[in-house]
Design a protein around this ligand. Structure first.
Ligand SMILES: Cc1cc2nc3c(=O)[nH]c(=O)nc-3n(C[C@H](O)[C@H](O)[C@H](O)COP(=O)(O)OP(=O)(O)OC[C@H]3O[C@@H](n4cnc5c(N)ncnc54)[C@H](O)[C@@H]3O)c2cc1C
Length: 315
């Protein structure tokens, strides 16, 4: 039972409750570390914003994102993990035990901390885009491309991610419109070469999306031709926004080494950060894969690294 004291001592605090955080909780609770999961403003993480997950092993018929995350949580509770619906507002990793502050004023002294705060996809910021998230607007072709077989789709962005998403979708969709703000692609040369060879990808340079249009789901997009200052309509069933992700690492940046995009740096093949006792997992440290299964796998690594650290330091 959790008490309301303003100070508490914990062996293992997990910040974040997506697939990475809950998997870390399953492993650390089975290792008797009695982890405390701080769930944040999005208990269950990004998957709670989507409907069908078809690519997480163990669900042959697919699973609703909320149900899957409830399952993961329940599994962690079974072994003694505790979950707190609160937000971490500050950390101090310059001292040991490590300090974690919550929005309700509680200060936690922690022997180990697992960072699992994820990364947020950047969107265009259009009202109509918000309306169709989950019913035509997506930020992940690997996750949702399957639903757009033999349809027309648009990809927004001109970097490597947008190029990769377009190439992936070109194998499923009948036509891919790439909407690029600049008059050039920022993607790497090999990627541009690959793109140019694919017949069903059409690139609209110097165009920006103005509106996503539809009734119950996306039916078209209105795009501005910035060079000629005119508007065109493209009939699409899906629009994939590929303008980057922002790792949720701001809280930790005074202490934890980050790469130039803000992802947490860890020692190769591990979750070990530059601060002893602090481990990172999931999308927060993964500029590349960003899948539920890869996040879960790295949550497992973080738990095992934390367990080893605690036993080596007699905590
Ligand atoms: C719409 C959509 C559909 C997707 N579909 C699929 C799919 O079909 N298959 C697939 O494999 N992947 C899919 N993904 C990707 C997948 O959701 C992510 O790769 C995965 O959720 C990353 O897990 P994570 O645990 O690293 O982070 P997240 O799931 O992002 O969880 C981050 C957690 O950190 C918490 N948090 C953040 N800041 C704080 C704070 N200050 N204090 C406390 N807690 C905090 C949040 O509340 C949240 O619980 C999809 C993503 C989206 C957005």
């Amino acid at each position: 039972m959790l008490t309301n004291t303003k100070e508490r001592k914990e062996k293992c605090v997990i910040i974040g409750s997506g697939p990475a955080g809950y998997t870390a909780a399953i492993y650390t609770s089975r290792a008797d570390l009695e982890p405390l999961v701080i769930e944040g403003v999005q208990p269950g993480g990004q998957l709670t914003t989507t409907t069908d997950i078809d690519n997480f092993p163990g669900y042959p018929k697919g699973v609703n994102g909320n149900i899957m995350m409830d399952d993961l949580k329940e599994q962690s509770l079974r072994f003694g993990a505790r979950c707190l619906p609160d937000l971490v507002t500050n950390v101090d990793f310059s001292v040991y035990p490590l300090l974690v502050n919550l929005s309700d004023g509680t200060e936690i002294k922690a022997d180990s901390v697992i960072l699992a705060t994820g990364a947020s996809a950047r969107y265009l910021g259009l009202e109509s885009e918000e309306k169709f998230k989950g019913s035509g607007v997506s930020a992940c072709a690997t996750c949702d491309g399957f639903f757009y077989k033999n349809t027309q789709v648009a990809v927004v962005g001109g970097g490597d991610t947008a190029a990769e998403e377009s190439i992936y979708l070109s194998k499923l969709a009948s036509k891919v419109f790439m909407i690029v703000r600049e008059d050039y692609l920022m993607a790497s040369r090999p990627m541009i070469k690959r793109l140019n060879k694919i017949e069903n990808i059409e690139i609209f340079y110097e165009h920006t999306v103005k509106e996503v249009v539809g009734d119950l789901a996306v039916e078209s997009i209105l795009v501005n031709d910035n060079k000629n200052n005119k508007e065109i309509k493209l009939d699409v069933d899906g629009i994939f926004v590929a303008i980057g992700h922002k790792p949720n690492s701001d809280l930790f940046k005074s202490y934890i080494d980050l790469n130039e995009e803000g992802y947490v740096k860890t020692q190769p093949e591990t979750s070990i950060t530059n601060i002893p006792g602090v481990f990172a997992c999931g999308d927060l440290k993964d500029p590349r894969y960003k899948q539920a299964i890869t996040a879960a796998a790295s949550g497992c690594k973080a738990a095992m690294d934390a367990e080893k650290f605690l036993s080596e330091n007699n905590c």
